[in-house]
Design a protein around this ligand. Sequence first.
Ligand code: FE2
Ligand code: FE2
Length: 479
Amino acid sequence: MTAFSYPTYRNLPPLAGLGSFEEAAKPGLGVEESVDRIKRYHFAFKRLMQILEARLTAEPVYELKMAFSLHAHYCAEHCTSMRERVAEMRTPPLGLEKIPHQHLATFFQEIQNAPTTEELVMGVYEFAFPALLKGLQRHVVETNVLSDHPSVRICRFAALELDEVVTYGRQAVAALVSEERLSAMKPWRDWLRSLLDAAGDLDGSQPQADLSHPEGAPCYSQQPLPYDKLPRRDDRFPDPYNMGVHAEEFLYDPRFQSRDKTLMMYYKRLREIDVPEMMATILTETQDKPWAYYRDMTRQLWDEARHAMMGEVGFVKLGIDWPKQVMVNFTWSLGLNTQLKPWERHAVLYFIEQGLMTKTGKRFEWEVGADSGDELSKVFQDYDWADEVLHARIGRDWYVSAFGDQKEAIDFGSQCWSKVLSNWNAWKEEGKTDHRNWWPGLYASFCERQGIQPDPEALKFATTYEATRADLEKLAASA
Ligand SMILES: [Fe+2]
Ligand SMILES: [Fe+2]
């Protein structure tokens, strides 16, 4: 009888199902080695979250903004598990803020400063995420499945989601980077590879190679990219200054039917693309908060991206060509990002979100969805409302807590919002937009597709944002 033919009671699976005795009897990684590797995953998750957030606002492609939001959220969540695991492993002080290896720091700096979308996507999805995934998979295989089981567990969970990210990334690179660009990037790609090799791979498990900077390779880590917080959009957003259709005035007007209001709600949801564009700048420009702040705010950022995609799905399901018929603007993120400090932007966000908790807020939108006969709208508003309750909690923890009471916090938010100049007329005069009323066209085609009679009153709706802001507060300039 070899040691490994040792029988369990009635051949029950051994070791609670974790694996065989043979596997569990391989010593694997010691605590120090395991912690060192986990600190590297932690660093990689944190840097990737920061990079995706720093690049989200100015990235024009809508799908990439959405993917950056999701992937930043995954990174924030797994970074959290890695932090917690390090804290369990006899290592105080934790040293989580320390850079685990200089070449790894340079590697992420190269990607953060990549000047084009193609290079950014290449660095993030062809190098960083796959290297991180490889490290996590290696950890699961190399460590002791029994003694280091808590690490195995979090690495396995993280690998599950990173596998999805890597698959997405491969497709994104194939879609966005031409063969020609790919070969033009070769020296930089070799440089990224060399940085990883010189760090002993991302997880530090391999021998460290000599660093070599290939001929003709750029060195973006030495060329800081100025932080760009101007929101940009791709060409499916042809009229980004258009404030010609006041969604809230329509939604709260009792003359209109729920059936028609769902259409306006899909617009409101899709327009929420401006919330990640704004929140990403708060996250990027706010340093030195406890880690939980970044995790919570990144979760909310992802929720807002989801809300935008719920609007997109709504239009797609209705067969509406939204880029042609719905003018989704960026005036809110533009105004906040350029006119307010990060803390003031957070104040406006909280002010708006606490307003959404009132009778005319998220419950109302859900009631409209429920009453409309559009089951999808009902379900989307149901989750939108649930998400908002979470966001109110996040706002209390990270914003209201800085004030004496909630009223003070709300008043400050309203003041900050009033400071943001809406340049309704200026944009018109400068020819940036003519605030075209796109609603009747959208509404008419919706009715036609649905085979329903348009409500003549709804068809005539022509209220703009010239005189009131989204909470129906009169704008000072036109009061
Ligand atoms: Fe939202
Ligand atoms: Fe929200």
